[in-house]
Design a protein around this ligand. Structure first.
Ligand code: ZN
Length: 247
């Protein structure tokens, strides 16, 4: 699943369409294409894993789900186009295997930008407060909670917990204050590193835990399982990742 940093890359690439008018709307999406045709893109924005094209009175929201992808000024010949936008000069922004929706509400009312780990408005204090409001939530679920850590996905979750040496099944309320601060800090820090590595096409080689078999610190096998309410794949070391809250 594309995580927040991948959406930031998409946003940066799609910013060439700001100020341009949508001349053509194609694809098998069921949304009302007439609402988009003729509109000028005011801003290209992201919130977590949401890609947003802001226009006067309406916005187009794209979620790439598990296997979504996009092409700029090109097409995938082997995939059905979900939604494609055509601009002057033959320029195109095309999406595949995604969810597309029109958003009527003003984006600044709808989205809490302070919850987006890669936003300039990211607020770590608020994230800590939100975590402490759900003390029983497991660390592996908390990191995937988009209302607290918008943009964090399963890779970031596994890497953050490994780096801060926290067992994924630790309830967040059991983490000492310094460890909770570290979790919040690392969620953003690792997301920033993810972004840089992804841009340089070296993301995978920096994975320490995600999809790995052996703990690079202890040289023993990682545990692997679908943990928490989210039931997403976790990779962890029983030796160096401490399970807080178990007495
Ligand atoms: Zn270990």
């Amino acid at each position: 699943m594309p995580e927040g940093p991948s959406l930031v890359i998409l946003r940066e690439q799609a910013q060439v369409f700001e100020g341009r008018r949508i001349l053509r709307v194609e694809g098998n999406t069921t949304l009302d294409k007439a609402r988009l045709k003729g509109r000028t893109v005011q801003a290209v924005r992201t919130w977590g894993k949401h890609f947003l094209l802001e226009m006067p009175t309406v916005a187009l929201r794209i979620h790439l789900l598990m296997f979504g992808s996009y092409c700029i000024d090109a097409r995938k010949p082997d995939k059905p186009l979900r939604i494609g936008l055509g601009f002057a000069g033959g320029r195109e922004l095309n999406f595949y295997s995604c969810a597309a929706r029109l958003v009527e509400e003003p984006l600044d009312l709808l989205y809490d930008w302070s919850a987006d780990v890669l936003s300039e408005h990211w607020d770590p204090k608020l994230a800590r407060r939100r975590l402490l409001a759900h003390p029983d939530m497991l660390a592996c679920d908390a990191l995937l909670d988009q209302g607290i850590f918008a943009g964090v996905g399963n890779i970031i979750k596994n890497e953050v917990l490994f780096r801060i040496r926290v067992h994924p099944e630790s309830p967040v309320g059991a983490l000492p204050p310094a460890k909770l601060r570290e979790l919040v800090r690392e969620a953003r820090h690792y997301s920033e590193q993810f972004l840089e590595w992804k841009k340089a096409f070296v993301l995978r080689k920096h994975w320490l835990a995600h999809t790995k078999r052996t703990c690079p610190r202890c040289h023993i096998p990682f545990h692997k399982g679908h943990l928490g309410l989210t039931q997403r794949r976790s990779f962890w070391c029983e030796n160096c990742q401490l399970r807080y809250g178990s007495s």
